[in-house]
Design a protein around this ligand. Sequence first.
Ligand code: NAD
Length: 290
Amino acid sequence: MKIGFIGLGNMGAPMAANLVAAGHSVTGHDLAAAMPAGVTAADSAAGAARDAEVVITMLPNGDILRAVAAQVIPAMPAGAVLLDCSTVDVDSARAVASQAAAAGRHAVDAPVSGGVGGAAAGTLTFMAGGPADAFATVRPLFEVMGQRAVHCGEAGAGQAAKICNNMILGVTMIATCEAFALADRLGLDRARMFDVVSTSSGQSWSMTSYCPAPGVGPKSPADNGYKPGFAAELMLKDLRLSQLAAEAADADTPMGQLAMQLYERFVEDEGGLGRDFSAMLPRFEGRERH
Ligand code: NAD
């Protein structure tokens, strides 16, 4: 396929490299990042979109996505698909989809789970929103860049699934970390705590697959000085998106709200910036009840 790829940063570059390795023809554009081997550089977003059957975007936020989409949609051939894999607010995803439809192009929002490691290994999970025929067009690309793609519904449904998932993740990570900190004070050995919780009703991905306690459970960023992994500021971004969506939809999400506030303090005032989101455990360790 002829693919335009805009936003070749930490995630976009390895995703584009996997498309090239699978034999696709990729033309890329980024304001700052270098092109991975095999990707032809275009000097504008519109330049990367011209002639493309699918234009993939992997950008920092919804405002940038809207600005790029406004340049790209008119440049894309009629019937081409704009596939946004960034994590953005649901409203931006829907606005871009409407703009594409009005111009006779298609849009799919398909944020990912799996991080930089998953992008490099081609094992991402995509959660997609948009028309079924556009999803079918891009499905072979999901198979190259990832392991699993779920069609969640109409435009915005992919972003909705992503922020609901990550709201659960933020909340369960905090709960897991505060429980370890309590266990410490109760004199309970962390390895025994893991053995019990990972096979009991308190288990979650945060405990079982990404244990925040160093030396306990499978290898995780905790075993590497809390170097990300999934950085606390990216978790904060997703929790903010969940609360933006909750406000717009008038949904009551008190745990998501509290998780957002805790990550906000952690990132902005408590040295969490640049650390893995599981570094909430050393944060709780050092705190007294008040
Ligand atoms: P990044 O900052 O490394 O990459 C973004 C790239 O977009 C940069 O290279 C930047 O120069 C480029 N860019 C910005 N504005 C542009 C414009 N107008 N035109 C062209 N290029 C432009 O970020 P990332 O870590 O690759 O994340 C990208 C998206 O993926 C984000 O929405 C993020 O939330 C999401 N995501 C990231 C991870 C992760 O672990 N890093 C995991 C899941 C989802």
